[in-house]
Design a protein around this ligand. Structure first.
Ligand code: CA
Length: 224
C-alpha cells in the first residue's frame, strides 16, 4: 500500500516509515500540515497517518482541508492527547480511525491494514500518462489496449513516474519514494528497474518514453 505519514517529530516519522517499509508499504512523509495537503493531492494514498499536533496547522484542520480538496484516502489520526473530546474532534472532522500515543507499532500496522482494505473510490485508483493507464486498485497496468505484466516494484516505480510525468526526477528521489528506507538497496537498482520498465513498455511501443536525463535522473514524457 501507499501510505502518507504526517509527523513533525523526525525520529517518530523515521521510525514509523521504517516499520511501514519493512511491511512492504511505499511511504511518503510530510513534516507539517501544508506539505501534507500538497503531497496528499499528488496521488491517491491508501492510508494517511496524520499526527494531530503539527507545527503549522493542526491535524484536525489538515483533515478538513483534505476533505475540502476531495482527498478520499482514509485517515488514521495520531495524538498525544488521549481524551474523549480529542477523539471526538478528530472523528467529527472526518478521520476514519484514531490512535493515541504512545502506541504499539503492531497496533498501528493492524489499523493501517484494516483501513487499507476499505474499497477506494474507483475514480481515485487510476493514474494516466498519455496512453499508459495504471489502475492502483486492481493492480493492472495498460498501454493502449494491451495489459502489461509488472512486478509490485515496477508498478510502484511506474506510478511514481506518472505522478511526476514530464518532470525530471533524480535517482535519489526515486530511491526515497519507491524504495524508502530499505537497507539493502544499491544505487544502481533504479537504473536496473528503469531498464525492466523500458523493456516491458517497449514490448508494446518502441518510442522512448522513459528518457535518461544525463547526470540527473529520468523523465517520463507523455508528449513528443
Ligand atoms: Ca507532533
Amino acid at each position: 500500500m501507499r501510505v502518507l505519514v504526517v509527523e513533525d517529530e523526525p525520529k517518530m516519522a523515521a521510525l514509523i516509515k521504517r516499520v511501514l517499509v519493512a511491511e512492504r508499504h511505499v511511504v511518503d512523509v510530510a513534516p507539517d500540515g501544508v506539505s501534507a495537503v500538497a503531497l496528499a493531492e499528488t496521488g491517491p494514498h491508501d492510508v494517511i497517518v496524520l499526527d494531530r499536533g503539527l507545527p503549522d496547522i493542526d491535524g484536525v484542520t489538515v483533515m478538513r482541508l483534505l476533505k475540502a480538496k476531495g482527498v478520499a484516502s482514509p485517515v488514521l489520526m495520531l495524538t498525544a492527547l488521549g481524551s474523549v473530546d480529542d477523539r471526538v474532534a478528530g472523528l467529527d472532522a472526518g478521520a476514519d480511525d484514531y490512535l493515541a500515543k504512545p502506541f504499539a507499532f503492531s497496533e498501528l500496522l493492524a489499523r493501517i491494514r484494516a483501513l487499507g482494505r476499505r474499497p477506494a473510490p474507483l475514480a481515485d485508483s487510476r493514474l494516466t500518462a498519455g496512453d499508459i493507464v495504471l489502475d492502483e486498485l486492481r493492480h493492472v497496468a495498460q498501454v493502449g489496449d494491451d495489459t502489461v505484466d509488472l512486478s509490485a516494484r515496477e508498478f510502484a516505480l511506474l506510478g511514481f513516474f506518472i505522478r511526476h510525468a514530464n518532470q525530471v526526477v533524480t535517482r535519489q528521489q526515486i530511491l526515497d519514494q519507491v524504495w524508502g528506507a530499505e537497507p539493502d538497496v544499491y544505487s544502481n537498482v533504479v537504473d536496473l528497474y528503469v531498464s525492466y520498465l523500458r523493456r516491458k513498455l517497449g514490448e508494446l511501443d518502441r518510442s522512448d518514453r522513459l528518457k535518461t536525463v544525463r547526470g540527473v535522473g529520468y523523465s517520463l514524457k507523455t508528449e513528443a
